[in-house]
Ligand binder design. Structure first.
Ligand code: GTP
Ligand code: MG
Length: 333
């Protein structure tokens, strides 16, 4: 399924129905009073989160959402019908912004949460409402109020507790598939992951947490290199980052250099991202080459005051310790 995390749509609520001008006509009653009913309310356009929705893809194909007008009032004091609301389903974690001003209108973070993006107009009053003792036969009624319309931008920012960062091919997706039920594509080439994946981790007595696997970052990502840095918005709401390193790759020189490259790209995206606590870990220690380079890499980090874990997502060695460290950091947040 295609993953779309930003769309612009046009929404228009229904206008209120017109009030009616009418007079009672009854047999044997020579002059009936006013009996024009009120117009009905136009439908609202409402955005609502639905847990089963994972992307904003549907909305890319349907960009106009228009609710029906309220029914007009009728004689015999009949009120026009209220029109149904139009509901737009979005994933949990969707932000609603005014597309023209950029103003944030709502941030929908729980399932079933809703926000009215365009309010339907109320119906006009019929002439029956305007009768007074001195004016017993009013010949006027109100028009309905116009429904609101606006252009909105919907932006999805996934909700996860932990974000996995690192260069391409370091084993981010392998890690999430090891510790959760998520089954992202894994392959021995860079940029296998093109869209974020979420996985739920249950570890020991710790509370369940959600982990997000995102595409790999490379130097210059902030200038659009590789996959760029746009998808980093999906780890903006995390509490902890798992920073995975791979010392086995062909072009490997220095783990510290790799670590700083990624952190620079995070900083370019947002200062908030770089301030998040990181669990730093070297993957693929099942490979003899990694084992050989491990000691030196760990030393460099320790000399710089950064603790580093070592694990193998393939065999599972050391994975528990990494999860434990993440869970600990999450529980002190
Ligand atoms: N030997 C070994 N190989 C691993 C380990 N973890 C991952 N790999 C391999 O490394 C390659 C890349 O793994 P992925 O999980 O796709 O890496 P990624 O970081 O998600 O890569 P991108 O999505 O491209 O950024 C695959 O061929 C994996 O099988 C490990 O612990 N040991
Ligand atoms: Mg991947």
């Amino acid at each position: 399924m295609k993953f779309i995390d930003e769309v612009k749509i046009f929404v228009k609520a229904g206008d209120g129905g017109k009030g009616c001008v009418s007079f009672r006509r009854e047999k044997f009653v020579p002059r009936g009073g006013p009996d024009g009913g009120d117009g009905g309310k136009g439908g609202d356009v409402i955005v609502r989160t639905l847990i089963s929705h994972r992307t904003l893809l549907d909305l890319q194909y349907r960009q106009h959402h228009v609710a029906k007008h309220g029914g007009h009032g009728k004689g015999s004091n009949k009120t026009g019908r209220n029109s149904k609301d139009v509901e737009i389903s979005v994933p949990v974690g969707t932000l609603i912004l005014d597309a023209d001003t950029g103003e944030l209108l709502a941030d929908l973070t729980t399932n079933g949460q809703s926000f009215v993006v365009a309010r339907g107009g109320i119906g006009g009053r019929g002439n029956a409402r305007f009768a007074t003792s001195t004016r017993q036969a009013p010949r006027y009624a109100q028009d309905g109020i116009k429904g609101e319309e606006r252009r909105i931008r919907l932006e999805l920012k996934l909700l996860a507790d932990v974000g996995i960062i690192g260069l391409p091919n370091v084993g981010k997706s392998t890690f999430i598939s090891k510790v959760s039920a998520a089954r992202p594509k894994i392959a021995d080439y860079p940029f296998t992951t093109l869209v974020p994946n979420l996985g739920v981790v249950k570890y020991g007595n710790f509370e369940t947490f959600v982990i997000a696997d995102i595409p790999g970052l490379i130097e210059g990502a902030h200038e659009g290199m590789g996959m760029g840095i746009r998808f980093l918005r999906h780890i903006e709401r995390t509490t902890v980052l798992l920073h995975i390193l791979d010392t086995s790759r062909e072009s490997f020189e220095n783990a510290w250099h790799d670590y700083e490259t990624i952190n620079r790209e995070l900083a370019f995206f947002s200062p908030k991202l770089i301030e998040k606590p990181q669990v730093v870990a070297i993957n693929k220690i099942d490979l003899p080459l990694t084992r050989e380079r491990m000691k030196k890499a760990v030393d460099i980090f320790e000399n710089n005051g950064v603790k580093v874990w070592c694990f193998s997502a393939a065999t599972g060695e050391g994975v528990q310790a990494v999860i434990y460290e993440i869970a600990k950091k999450l529980s002190v947040k």
